[in-house]
Write a protein that binds this ligand. Structure first.
Ligand code: ARG
Length: 588
């Protein structure tokens, strides 16, 4: 709305002989209860007009209406100058911007950003928290790309360490050579099963040792299983052939399993980092930090950083036995990522239980003098809960990602069948549709919430076709598509109308906001901004659809216009949902 800003600048100059700049003009969306689409806040100009806000608003309004042909009328309410823009202007926007192929595509901004997300451990399958992580990361990457960034989607796999040794050890001891093939279990589930076995057996040993008179702390340290796991980790670090070979086999199973889950989730990565490759680089950085005096060594040989002056505490960066801890690996990975891509920004999509870890990590990298440390950002997100009683997983603790997706498919199937929406579809088409709706429901429900907030995922509510849901939006899209196909709309007709009604104007105004919504979502790292925008758009379309007849429009020109408006809405819904990683069906 630059032309309004310019007009106001000129008005203030001519009326009050004062030079102001564009920055001094504050524009807002006009509140729904008033007439107009755009509002100028006139209070700042009362100083130079030396009149009340009401009169100032009227004077400026009068001036710009007489000077700018796009301004049809204005009204002033309590110093807010509400401007109505002429319908011509909106119709032209629709034709020359919104309906063009490159609407909402921006030029590259020359900046490179890495989005690291998912980043699982290889000892167990993905769970509900990972689902939120994967959806956020993938969507954020899409949004940043749409906003002009060059984006690298990265996945850091924590594929080494004591946790994976626990699964390996349990498999060795209790597995009888079980494989995904022999058991029919997905590889990640198989590894997870042995991780749980380890935990059980380990707890059993602790209990026994306590009964024999040891304290709990002693028992935890002395239990044979944990000692064996630690031994295995040392052997792994030493490159022991047998251990490495078992590690490769089990991780291989897990990767096959993850690949299936990622496919079902519709997410992908440009680059994988593996902790097994980066932890040694981390040790180099520990050396660097010691040389620079950023770290210090304790008598037992362990290496620390003292962050008490920064309001944090002392933090271990390398164990006394020389083995690396979680943050050692992250120091190395951060360096490697930068060496590989030289990106301007690097985003870590990780749950808020790791807030402290990332605070420390970024601070250390800054203290080490890494020029790129200022570009690091932790996109911290809240936990996901399920309503109590829903979907206890086989381990009884966390909700498995694959189980949840299968459940969503079933819920989508039930609800869709109950609504009789699938007549005339082949079996294959139905299966695709249930998957699209089930995943749309899940994705939309998780993404519509501000990432920072904890959320309660209710599967049934998420599929409600009338609610603030993915399926409601998907259904709106399908409805538009069916209108367009019934009308034989080809997108070529010329529209010869000059006036539109309020609901139509509102719809065009909403459509024009798509590009700025993308920028806003990118700047705030928030897919929720897109999700809520599309919902408002879909609601507005439904209002239009109920108020206005398309096929029985008063004139052919009006009918073509309404079809155009429908086509434009479908396009923006589809593009917007794509930024959330959600497909929209052509019919349902
Ligand atoms: N694998 C870790 C976990 O499951 C998350 C890794 C997050 N990314 C990172 N660069 N530290 O808790």
């Amino acid at each position: 709305m630059d032309f309004i800003i310019e007009a106001v600048v000129k008005a203030v100059k001519d009326l009050y002989q004062t030079n102001i700049t564009a920055k001094d003009v504050n524009l807002q969306e006009t509140r729904k209860e008033f007439e107009g689409q755009i509002t100028v806040v006139t209070f700042p100009f009362t100083k130079v007009s030396r009149k009340g806000p009401e009169q100032t608003g009227n004077e400026i309004g009068e001036y710009i209406r007489n000077n700018v042909k796009e301004i049809a009328s204005f009204n002033v309410i309590k110093g807010f100058l509400n401007i109505s823009i002429a319908d011509d202007y909106w119709l032209e926007k629709l034709n020359n911007e919104i309906l063009t192929d490159d609407f909402a595509t921006v030029k590259p901004n020359g900046k490179k950003v890495m989005v690291e997300y998912s980043s699982p451990n290889t000892n167990k399958p993905l769970h509900l928290g990972h689902i939120r992580n994967n959806l956020l990361g993938f969507s954020l990457a899409e949004i940043l790309a749409a906003a002009g960034y060059e984006v690298v989607k990265a996945n850091l796999v924590n594929d080494r360490g004591i946790h994976i040794c626990k699964s390996m050890l349990a498999w060795q001891q209790f597995g009888n050579g079980e494989t995904p093939q022999s058991s029919g279990l997905k590889g990640d589930h198989l590894a997870g099963k042995y991780y749980v076995w380890f935990d059980k057996a380990y707890k059993q040993q602790i209990t026994e040792l306590i009964e024999e008179g040891q304290t709990e702390d002693e028992a935890k340290k002395n239990a044979p299983l944990i000692k064996q796991a630690q031994e295995m980790l040392q052997k792994w670090e030493a490159g022991d052939e047998e251990v490495i070979s078992l590690w490769k086999t089990m991780n291989g199973w897990v990767y096959d399993g993850f690949a299936e889950t990622y496919k079902a989730l519709g997410v992908s990565f440009d680059k994988y980092y593996y902790e097994s490759n980066t932890y040694l680089l981390g040790k180099d950085i520990v050396e660097e930090g010691l040389e620079k005096g950023v770290f210090f060594k304790k008598d037992d040989g362990s290496v620390w950083i003292d962050l008490t002056e920064d309001g944090l505490d002392q933090k271990l960066v390398l164990r006394s036995d020389g083995t690396s801890v979680y943050i050692t690996q992250d120091l190395g990975t951060a360096q490697l990522k930068y060496n590989d891509y030289h990106m301007d920004e690097s985003i870590y999509v990780v749950g808020n239980e790791q807030d402290y870890h990332f605070k420390v990590l970024f601070l250390i990298l800054e203290k080490l003098g890494k020029s790129w440390a200022k570009g690091l950002y932790h996109l911290s997100y809240g936990m996901v809960d399920l309503p109590s009683g829903k979907m206890k997983s086989r381990e009884g603790t966390v909700v498995d990602a694959d189980d949840l997706m299968a459940d969503m498919f079933d819920t989508a199937k039930q609800q869709t069948e109950a609504m009789g929406k699938v007549e005339g579809l082949s079996d294959e088409e139905r299966t695709t549709l249930y998957h699209t709706i089930g995943m749309g429901a899940l994705k939309y429900f998780l993404l519509k919430v501000d990432p920072k907030k904890r959320l309660l995922f209710d599967p049934n509510e998420s599929v409600d076709f009338q609610g603030h849901t993915g399926p409601f939006i998907q259904y709106t899209h399908a409805r538009i598509k069916s209108v367009l196909s019934r009308a034989g709309y080809t997108g070529t007709a010329t529209v010869n109308i000059t006036e539109v009604d309020a609901v139509e104007r509102d719809l065009i105004v909403s459509l024009t906001k798509f590009p700025e919504t993308i920028t806003d979502a990118a700047a705030n790292h928030s897919p929720a901004v897109i999700a809520n925008y599309i919902y408002e758009l879909a609601k507005l379309y439904n209002k239009f659809y109920h108020e206005k007849s398309i096929m029985q429009a008063e004139s052919e020109g009006l009918k073509q216009f309404r079809l155009q408006l429908s086509a434009a809405t479908a396009k923006v819904i589809s593009k917007g949902m794509k930024l959330l990683g959600i497909d929209v069906p052509e019919r349902m």
